[in-house]
Design a protein around this ligand. Structure first.
Ligand SMILES: NC(=O)c1ccc[n+]([C@@H]2O[C@H](COP(=O)([O-])OP(=O)(O)OC[C@H]3O[C@@H](n4cnc5c(N)ncnc54)[C@H](O)[C@@H]3O)[C@@H](O)[C@H]2O)c1
Length: 244
């Protein structure tokens, strides 16, 4: 198995895309730290992973809080002795028009979607060995605009720019830093009215919503040795949505 004996942290892993990633990494043999603010749901994901075979540890962590992030990395290394893969997945996308957007709305999205990537990547860079991996979950919102998501689009564009610079700094240690930019993925967070979903699917060339597994498959690739020569890149996984 390609990720046998690797240790991975997945943030926001209790639900949706993060849950899909945590399970997919475990299926490839990785021991997984299932991290989220929602401990109860995270425990369920950890149970699923243990049934697959690898070890799973739940560590509650709000990725926007420095002390909690430090605790996440400290406990991971205490338990598994090392870290090989960090997946920065946790993120929020609260819809609010620009006219109604308050400074608090802006700060919250910046802190959870962007500052978190700084905090977690910084701790990861201290402990990742040669061949280590950082994989970020960005969004097609980095490439196209979405009304009522001005703050969100800004964070995802920033992640894509940030990883190019970070990839350069970590290249001497042979640590790669990449991102996956999902399109419309069926998750608890993205659940909307059925009519809206139909309209979205009508715009997607491959004519379906994506599933967390569609994103997880690419994360597994970016976490494995098969992606050894790729760094600083963002791979769009959107069924062709943004092609036209
Ligand atoms: N679903 C989509 O269509 C879609 C599209 C593009 C990008 N994304 C990105 O994928 C990622 C996951 O999205 P999703 O749709 O699975 O979301 P979701 O809301 O279904 O799940 C997100 C998980 O993150 C956790 N979380 C929220 N705030 C947190 C915090 N401060 N610290 C730690 N964990 C926190 C939640 O508890 C939840 O378990 C996000 O970064 C999102 O921007 C999603």
């Amino acid at each position: 198995m390609p990720l046998q004996n690797k240790t991975a942290i997945v943030t926001g892993a209790a639900k949706g895309i993060g849950k899909g990633i945590a399970i997919a990494l475990a299926k490839e043999g990785a021991n997984v730290v299932v991290s989220d603010i929602d401990q109860k749901e995270a425990e369920k994901v950890a149970e699923e992973i243990r049934k697959i075979g690898p070890k799973a540890l739940v560590i509650q962590c709000d990725v926007s809080k420095k002390e909690e992030v430090e605790n996440l990395f400290r406990k991971t290394v205490e338990e598994f002795g090392k870290l090989d893969i960090l997946v920065n997945n946790a993120g929020i996308y609260p819809f609010v028009s620009f006219a109604d957007m308050k400074e608090e709305d802006w700060d919250k999205v910046m802190n959870i979607n962007l500052k978190s990537v700084f905090l977690c990547s910084k701790k990861a860079a201290e402990v990742l060995p040669e061949g280590g991996r950082i994989v970020n979950i960005s969004s097609v919102a980095a490439f196209v605009g979405f009304e009522s998501l001005v703050h969100y689009c800004a964070t995802k564009g920033a992640v894509n720019a940030m990883i190019r610079a970070l990839a350069l700094e970590l290249a001497p240690k042979k640590i790669t830093v990449n991102a996956v930019a999902p399109g419309a993925i069926e998750t608890p967070g993205a659940k909307g009215p059925e009519e809206q979903m139909k309209q979205t699917i009508a715009m997607i060339p491959l004519a379906r919503e994506g599933q967390p597994e569609d994103i997880a498959n690419v994360v597994v690739f970016l976490a494995s040795e098969k992606s050894d020569y790729i760094t600083g890149q963002t791979i769009i996984v959107d069924g062709g949505w943004t092609l036209r």
